[in-house]
Ligand binder design. Sequence first.
Ligand code: GLY
Length: 334
Amino acid sequence: THMTEPRIIVHGGAWTIPTDRRKAHVDGCRAAVDAAWGELQRGMPALEAVRLAVNVLEADPTYDAGRGAVLNADGRIELDAAIMDGATLNFGAVGAVRNFLHPVDIARKVMDTEFCFLVGEGAERFAREAGISAIDPAELVVEREVRLFNELRARAGFSTHDAFRPRAGVTGAAGEKASTDGTACHCPVGPEPAMPKGTVGAVALDAAGNIAAATSTGGTPMKRPGRVGDSPLCGAGTYADNETGGASATGFGEGIIRVLMTRSACDFLRDGGASPADAARRAIELLHRRVAGHAGLIMLDRQGRYGVHCNTEHIAHAYALPGGGIHADVELRR
Ligand code: GLY
């Protein structure tokens, strides 16, 4: 059978990452690629490799996923995750699960059932029945997020969408500015610093030529309890299809949902025959043009070419280089 050289790319959120937190973001992404890359080369399927990479990022308190996730308006953590198999278009997802470190593992088990998406208590019960051990939700909470929660709670009129405004003076990576005329614009450019949004994700291509994608997140700071973002929605935050490619998104969930950003990105690979780099850029431009959103996106096509783009100041990301080595950065390669 035809053998492909494996590939893997991961992200750890797109926002203005403070200087003193950049190294941790880069190191964590590098570690996730490192963990999955060796396994992929030893024949691990892409589906398991993206789960493994996301597990590393979920366990790392640096990111808004698993341990270290942001707190919702009740001061609690609710996690969303999804995984997709590009060979079969099988899809598994969970929304608003509270007491598990690795929601992507539950999503993977959901994928093997007749269902695609379980939420809340039903998802938690399913996880326990599937043999995944629950943990005390307090084990997911880090001091940094408790401080942020208290800060935001004290700020009258805080909207979670404030988290998706870039800092004043920061324009999109593609040179665009958010529309300020109010039409369909949920994130006007303002003076507030960008809030943390370290959703994590991975896309891999295995030796058999199969593509898979996975995404895991704590969502947005101060989100309404029960709110589910783009990450676990098929074609919004997560998508994979062997006929085109795979993608994982991070950023303004309520916008990414409405433009089906990862599915759109994959379609650009098909329709226009765009490269993943161009498709990622076009998908971010689509998000910005239609819903004035800010986000980041990683991609991989069936030929193993990478795409990474954002219109935020940074996107934490890493990918295995053809021929060896790992590229990891918070800045886009210009
Ligand atoms: N992009 C993550 C979220 O909005 O939940």
